[in-house]
Design a protein around this ligand. Sequence first.
Ligand code: NDP
Length: 462
Amino acid sequence: MKPSKKNIKNKKQRSVKNMANDFMKEIVRKNPGEIEFHQAVEEVVSSLTTLLKENPIYKHKKFKILERMTEPERIIIFRVPWLDDKGDAQINRGIRIEMNSALGPYKGGLRFHPSVNLGILKFLAFEQVFKNSLTTLPLGGGKGGSDFDPKGKSDNEVMNFCQSFMTELQRHIGPNTDVPAGDIGVGAREVGYLFGQYKRLRNEFTGVLTGKGLGWGGSLIRTEATGYGCVYFAQKMLETRNELIEGKICAVSGSGNVAQHTAEKIIQLNGKVVTLSDSDGYIYDEDGIDEHKLAFVKKLKNIKRGRISEYADKFNCKYFPGKRPWEVKCDIAFPSATQNELNEGEAKDLIKNGCICVAEGANMPSTPEAIKVFQKAKILFAPGKAANAGGVAVSGLEMSQNSERLSWSREEVDKKLFAIMSSIHEQCAKYGKEGDYIDYVKGANIGGFIKVANAMLDQGLV
Ligand code: NDP
């Protein structure tokens, strides 16, 4: 008896599913204990099943696209010795992952945090490849960092560390090779010290880092770009349901670069920000955080390097130690602190309290179980690789300005940022549309994947 069309389709689907299962088993075997990396790969692979079924070239044994995408092109691990203020030697570990250069020089931030390890940086580098592809700019993907903790260190200690870190890293990076930027624990101060040491050792002034100071090669709007871009993306999602940021109650987590500028843009668009947090707890300001209060947060976090609890003391609002803000009533949530900071129970709380939209400012802040809750409830949900791509997009624009030796105006960069976020939204909608619902996770993964995969096919087995 001839097999029916339906049987053939089911068989094909089973074979792709089996392939995905075998593939994930191999990822876990090759990268033991790297749970965040497994999580990031699994999310992408499960989004790609239909695409792989319809385009067998992407899973052909001759090309092994997915196998290559999940194996970094290069990993550099090095010792970072430095002297603390007491004159004692301190030793940290530095890592740079050069993940994929199919679309351009490796590009991605440096994270300085005690939790940094190979698995976390691999997940970040892997996500970065898709994110950079979505920006439509010629950027490959990478990520790096150290288990160094800038918290509680003097400026002098941070400088000593950054100089030692760059003394090794400089051999491996360059404006056409690998262009790092900031991430958690790496802001304007650290980028300045890193750039100074690169320039001193190489005797050249080039765009080797982005997020530089405005007076020496930085781009206007780069500092604001991740947060602003995330709110632009949320605006685009809301538009699909005839909604606006205006009048919406917004819960933001974190109080660093991304959280500050997410809050700033929401305030500009007449939304109401009621929370901010750090790793010790969150503040709940029912009256809303306005420009004046946000200026206090910027000074507190960027200059005084204090704790968010001081906001509650200053403005007489509630502070919840050891807790995360997802229990408050809000219309939109912007997780903007770190990975896996929003779990299944918290996702259910958000839905129960009427949340209609979640835009990830951080990288992978929602657990896979939390994402399932959002998607089942059919609320608007944007993964970090789409929603927070504004930061790397303006880094790409900083590279262009450095190459031209020109600087563009604030309005020009902001306009380009908005256009890039709109185009990422379009790509997500194109590849993620399922009836009247947009699966932004699937859309971002497929949109990001196709461009990188095609470039890899063109460039041969490298
Ligand atoms: P910052 O270092 O400026 O701020 C990080 C914030 O998150 C701080 O408030 C910090 O609190 C909090 N945080 C960090 N780790 C934890 C933790 N384990 N638990 C709870 N809170 C934590 O970093 P950014 O704002 O630059 O980065 C935030 C997120 O956005 C990260 O996921 C990053 O990868 C992502 N991102 C950043 C981009 C950028 O341009 N900067 C671009 C794209 C994504 P505390 O001070 O107590 O540690």
